[in-house]
Design a protein around this ligand. Sequence first.
Ligand code: C2E
Ligand code: MG
Ligand code: MG
Length: 574
Amino acid sequence: MGINNSLYNRSEFLEKVQELLNNYALSDWCIVSIDIERFKLFNNWYGQETGDQLLENISQYLLRIQQMKGYLAGHFGGDHFFMCIPDDDRLINLIYKTIRSYIALHSQNEGFLPVIGICSISDQHPDVATMCTNAQLAASEIKGNFNKRICYFTNEIMDQLEKEQQMLHDVKIGLENREFTFYLQPKCNSITGAIVSMEALSRWISPIRGFVSPGEFIPFLESKGMITALDTYVWDSVCQTLAYWKEEHLYVVPISINVSVTDLETINVPEFLQDLIHKYHLTPDMLLIEITETAFSENNILVRETIDQLHQYGFCILMDDFGSGYSSLNMLKDANIDILKLDMKFIEMNPDNRQKGIQIIDSIVNMAHRLKLPIIAEGVETSEQIEMLHSMNCIYMQGYFFYKPMPIADAEDLLTTVPHEKYEVMHKDTPTETTVSSAELLHETTVTHSIFKILAENSLVLARLNLNNGEYEILKRDYRLHGKGLELEHDFETYNQRILNEGLIHPEDKELYRTRITLDALRNIFFNGSKQLRYQFRRRLNTDYIVTVTEFLAGNKCDAQNPWIVVVIHETTS
Ligand code: C2E
Ligand code: MG
Ligand code: MG
């Protein structure tokens, strides 16, 4: 092997491995794929130059191995490196550790780690390019898994990929053969027992797979970008059913449909639905649109624009699954939705945390009443839940306690026997004060995170901080704040470094931030008896800097044994 100053590129590497294979059996060798997980983020945080420097370190290291040992190494671009080496645990671990130490030269963050996928070269091996792909597929199996960083390509991985491929194929055929249908689940006025609407939930009755539940195919289709084909099909079928009810003078209640955020990104949903309404001679009030709460945090601007357009066309929008994700009451104020679906599933009603569950629901229901938003509680299963919801003046419910989702014909039968009515907004007598003070929040330190994030309705950030080790847990972060992925950052110092690096603090406040907001400084203050600390910083919100207050709050005791404090950032009213 001649001396080379840089690693082989893709085609050279494939060629060199092939040459080696032509001359030797290599049956105990392997193809290794090496990536740095979240390398794009690394570049964002530490700058392109540092990123390039790291890649150069790795290239030089792999080149040295190649030159000294006669193994092969290639750089396919970006952070994608490949090697052809003996299949030896110790060697692979050494490579892993060395690359890890190169990363550590530039970053203390534990989140940036190499990820290694391996494809053993068997007697019946496929071509070199396929082996590289297989090694990479093995690596993608363990991305995000901090405990496992090296993974072999196996038959199971192959089977899994083949299964997914088969599933995609079956869905396509299933759609063509009209194997998909929907069930209807009534939503009721729990006082009168009347049905106010029904929700269409897709079902796949496959001649090969049998009855497949949406939990299996919806997330799959969403991840493969195929959900819209199914959804548009379901929406069309729903409108067909509504048209049939209307023509036959059956009882008609509005039907709600589920819309994925992918649908909003793929087609113009408002136009599509309006066309359906015209096609089937319906009116927009017969169709209700459910958009999940997570969609709001995923693509807030698009969701808002869509809602505005849907409103213009006369549709009514429900926020689905509220309470299950990173819900905040701020989100409710801004979202411009018409009805809130409160998910009861997120509250485990066991004796230990029953009280907390009730507080969460109470604060949501209260807020919704203040905003004059009708609420439907979904996932209602017990009479105890119903009693509790009644005590909070929440009367619309959907759940197994009333009806499970049922085939269309059963729903039609039901509509002939059970009365139906329209939603009516019910209000509780409400206090005018809608904000929650920090003192109240402090009182809640011992309460669950969930209550916490919901109570902090006027806060921009709510988090817990461990003063011993800097562990930082963000319970809530306003979506208008800049800094993509910051809510996933669990290290306080790294978090602050990003805040500063990405210009999220006003340039004139940066110095104060840099010196005061450190673990050491906070430890000094709180471990010496302080209970509260406030700083004012100008932070980026949307396109401007606004004045915010950052508060650190400790419980009664704060020391190395009780190191957790609460961090709240809110807008000032001044
Ligand atoms: P979702 O829209 O929140 O629908 C409620 C889910 O909870 C349904 O599950 C329903 O069967 C279930 N459920 C209803 N009452 C109860 C209860 O009392 N207890 C419990 N444990 N569960 C209850 P399903 O039908 O399996 O659907 C799951 C999710 O899949 C739906 O959640 C929705 O997000 C999605 N989905 C269903 N059909 C479609 C569709 O056509 N298009 C899209 N994009 N998503 C759909
Ligand atoms: Mg729904
Ligand atoms: Mg739901």
